[in-house]
Design a protein around this ligand. Structure first.
Ligand code: IMP
Length: 184
């Protein structure tokens, strides 16, 4: 199959995407480009717009990813603002917002948007879980505080096993089936 281009500024994401898609015999090329990110309440709109802008910049079929961490007791915050919130208050700030709450459930969403003409197609993956009481060591982004359901460990502590649980794995599994059936 023709290699798929993944556009992002995030090398960590690329490494996970590459490792997951290799299990479906899909080769991934990394285009480390900075893309226009529209502000919107909808992750779908952000992902689709990002894919269209990547396509128009690279002039070849391309996939991008947009993610959001949704915390139940904060009514879904930070959701579509996860990137901004991470770079401002970070994991420490999230734990502070949740201090004293017993309700720590959350979910992570990944939207993979693929664009090969004008329109972008979306594959979604969701993992339910909870926010840990402490910041654990390792990982990147919210890995040190997000604990997927089915284990006591955070993404950071799961290390290589993170992909067995992650929102990204789930979205990419759907993407892999979609693109394989499309390419016949
Ligand atoms: P983005 O907009 O897709 O880059 O993701 C929004 C925020 O979620 C960024 O701060 C990312 O670092 C973070 N993020 C996305 N995926 C993961 C993950 O798998 N683990 C930890 N943090 C993540």
């Amino acid at each position: 199959m023709v290699p798929v281009t993944f556009a992002s500024t995030n090398q960590n994401k690329f490494l996970e995407v590459q490792s997951i898609l290799s299990t479906f015999d899909i080769t991934v090329q990394f285009a480390q480009v900075s893309l226009v990110e529209v502000q919107s309440d909808s992750l779908e709109d952000i992902a689709k717009e990002k894919a269209r802008s990547a396509f128009s910049e690279l002039q070849r079929p391309v996939m991008v990813e947009d993610d959001g961490l949704f915390i139940d007791s904060l009514n879904g915050f930070p959701g579509p603002y996860s990137s901004f919130v991470f770079s401002t208050i970070g994991n420490k700030g999230i734990l502070k917002l949740l201090s004293g709450t017993g309700q720590r459930s959350a979910l992570f969403r990944s939207l993979i948007a693929y664009c090969d003409r004008e329109n972008a197609s979306i594959s979604e993956g969701i993992v339910k879980g909870s926010i840990s009481e402490e910041i654990t060591e390792g990982g990147w982004g919210y890995d040190p505080i997000f604990r997927p359901s089915g284990t006591e460990l955070t993404f950071a502590q799961l290390k290589d096993k993170k992909n067995e649980y992650s929102h990204r794995r789930r979205a990419l599994e759907k993407f892999a089936h979609w693109i394989s059936s499309r390419n016949g």
